[in-house]
Design a protein around this ligand. Structure first.
Ligand code: ADP
Ligand code: ZN
Length: 616
């Protein structure tokens, strides 16, 4: 057995490496540089933690990990310490005497893994300290922070190229979950990783179930979804994140959910910093909190047991959507990505693009990113295939998204498309301006509103030709026509619709249009799609004995976590706890076989766990 595998078992309690982990670990432990692109939850941490241990054991020195977020560092250090690794952190939260103690340990070779914030690392004092320390490797976590165009740019990251100049013989491993080629090349260039090996994993997150429903009453739909799929046996619910576009909506939604029995907190950049921090800490440390947030709640959420991410508003791009939904299910257990969307979202995003200060080229890119996301929302095919294709990865239908589980019926919508398109054409011709979908639908349905009379649109030839369809059905058609590029949202922010280039062929009858039938009944979609698929509730499949064990173990974990001052998942992940409940080990030997229980945790908690199980 290789040393790396032995450490995986002994320290972390896992039985096998995942994907490219083994290869990466060998490469870095041998002193090679590399860039690792792996999705969230893929297991990046072990890719530097195990080489750090291997190199420290070989007398080569400490593994120094650069990480941008304090909360994230503290969690990692707590988890490593629980696993018996000599881990430490140097950041602004330490008092100077605590910092000196860490520095002394470092110089004496008593630290295996040191986490440090980039601004700390770059101080002359710290670089000088490193000169006097044996350093076995540098790991640069969240390496996309060097990318100036990326979403998490950190100026300090740019200076990290100094590491290579100053410590040319120390191997460096840079890691990120941001996949696109632009970011990748920027990381390589800025960190001088030209000769590094690049390890790219599949970006698929098979445990996440994607679902996009038509927005009706989004809050009610969300509540129905949570109630149908995320309640636990004990009346509590799973941890989840709900993303909203505006600060006001965050506050309203959090309040509304709370009044409906959901343990919800809000988070946005306009909140009092202390309140915000308090909410984040509670989300991290407690179980079963739903965080309603703007995208300000982002990087550094490494809580492994977030069971769902819901979007009440459309994100800006596929990258945004994938990153946000990726915060669900880091522990590999089933999780949900759920979104409610409507045409209003698209118009709103489009307006934000138009009204932004960006130049024309940038606006065009933003628009096409939005279009890609719209395509995802309106596809009749597998969501995952679409998402992965966007990231240039090919895959077959996944069987774990709404369209795979309940393939939407399609219908020949050529005639209806022609009606809508010619309505756009006729109204614009009559009035010399363009109109939005609400007005166009009124015209089609022959609804003689004031605005219609004002523009004399009851005189155009398309007035009333579409009265057989409901407003909702027309909305669905308009959305799909936009997704297909037959209609284009005008610049100027009012949601006016213009004919797209391919519209001509449809109007001339040269091309047919296939549309998906809207199946989802508002509020019901959650329940329906949940049927027959994997449940995210651990307790759903447990028999009575297992359930009692689970409850006893959870109580034990809660009190242990409290007394150690760490989040529950630092003690054990849910997956480990569920396995303990199921297998109910009666001896330390049996206990050692459970994945997630390494030597240190066995020694520290073994007896207590056996005791807790005996008392059930
Ligand atoms: P990332 O940083 O890539 O988002 P993490 O390093 O936090 O992912 O790992 C995600 C989860 O997977 C963690 O709970 C970790 O303990 C677990 N994990 C990582 N590698 C393995 C493995 N080889 N076997 C079992 N679990 C693993
Ligand atoms: Zn699918």
């Amino acid at each position: 057995m290789s040393r790396a595998l032995a450490i995986l078992k002994e320290v972390f309690g896992y039985h096998a490496f995942r994907g490219t982990q083994a290869e990466i670990i060998d490469h870095v432990a041998d002193g090679g540089d590399c860039l690792v692109l792996m999705p969230t939850g893929g297991g990046k941490s072990l890719c530097y933690q195990i080489p750090a241990l291997l190199r420290q054991q070989a007398g080569l020195g400490v593994g120094v990990v650069v990480s941008p977020l304090i909360a994230l560092m503290q969690d990692q250090v707590a988890a490593l310490t629980e696993a018996g690794v000599r881990a430490a952190v140097l950041n602004s939260t330490l008092s100077s005497s605590e910092a000196s103690a860490v520095e002394r340990d470092l110089l004496a070779g008593r630290v295996d893994v040191l986490y440090v914030a980039p601004e700390r690392l770059m101080t002359p004092r710290f670089l000088d300290l490193l000169d006097r320390t044996r350093v076995g490797l540098f790991a640069i976590d969240e390496a996309h922070c060097v990318s100036q165009w990326g979403h998490d740019f950190r100026p300090e990251y740019i200076q990290l190229s100094v590491l290579h100049e100053r410590f040319p013989n120390v191997p460096r491993i840079a890691l990120t979950a941001t996949a696109d080629a632009l970011t990748r090349n920027e990381i390589i260039e800025r960190l001088a990783l030209d000769d590094a090996r690049v390890f790219i994993s599949s970006f698929d997150r098979p445990n996440i179930r994607y679902r996009i429903v038509e927005k009706d009453n989004a809050r009610q739909q969300l509540l129905a979804f949570i109630k149908a799929e995320h309640m636990n046996g004990d009346g509590g619910h799973d941890s989840g994140i709900v993303y909203c576009l505006s600060r006001k909506k965050v506050e309203d939604t959090a309040q509304w959910l709370t009044s409906h029995g959901i343990n919800a907190l809000g988070y946005h950049a306009g909140m009092d910093a202390q309140v915000r921090q308090h909410h984040q800490a509670r989300f991290r440390e407690e179980e079963g909190i739903v965080m309603v947030a703007t995208i300000a709640f982002g990087m550094g959420i490494d809580k492994p047991d977030v069971r769902f991410v819901a979007h009440l508003d459309l994100p800006k791009s596929m990258e945004g959507y994938y990153q946000e939904t990726g915060r669900a299910g880091r522990d590999g257990l089933p999780a949900n990505a759920w979104m409610a969307y409507g045409l209003g979202d698209v118009v709103q995003q489009k307006r934000m693009i138009d009204e932004s200060e960006a130049d024309e080229a940038h606006k065009r890119v933003s628009s096409s990113k939005l279009d890609a996301l719209l395509g995802l929302c309106e596809t009749a095919g597998c969501r995952r295939v679409r998402i992965l294709a966007y990231f240039e990865e090919s895959a077959g239908p996944c069987g774990n998204c709404d369209t795979c589980l309940e393939p939407p019926a399609t219908w020949d919508g050529t005639r209806e498309a022609q009606m809508a398109l010619s309505c756009v054409y006729r109204t614009a011709q009559a009035s010399r301006v363009h109109f939005g979908s609400t007005h166009l639908i009124d015209v089609l349905r022959g609804n003689a509103s004031e605005k219609i009379r004002q523009w004399s649109h009851d005189k155009v030839s398309t007035f009333g030709i579409g009265k057989d369809l409901s407003v909702a059905e027309w909305h669905a058609i308009f959305r799909q026509l936009i997704a297909h590029g037959l209609l284009v949202i005008d610049h100027g922010g009012h949601g006016a619709l213009l004919l797209g280039d391919p519209a001509r062929a449809v109007l001339k009858g040269e091309q047919s249009v296939t549309l998906r039938r809207q199946v989802s009944k508002p509020g019901k979609s959650g329940e329906r799609a949940g049927r027959g698929g994997p449940r995210t509730d651990h307790t759903a499949t447990m028999d009575a004995d297992t359930l009692s064990n689970w409850e006893a173990l959870r109580a034990w974990r809660t009190s242990t976590a409290k007394s150690h001052g760490v989040p529950a998942y630092v003690i054990f992940h849910d997956a480990t706890l569920a396995e303990l409940a199921r297998s109910a080990p009666a001896s330390l030997d049996e206990l050692a076989e459970v994945p997630g229980i390494g030597a240190s945790k066995l020694e520290r908690y073994g007896e207590e766990i056996l005791e807790a199980l005996r008392e059930v």
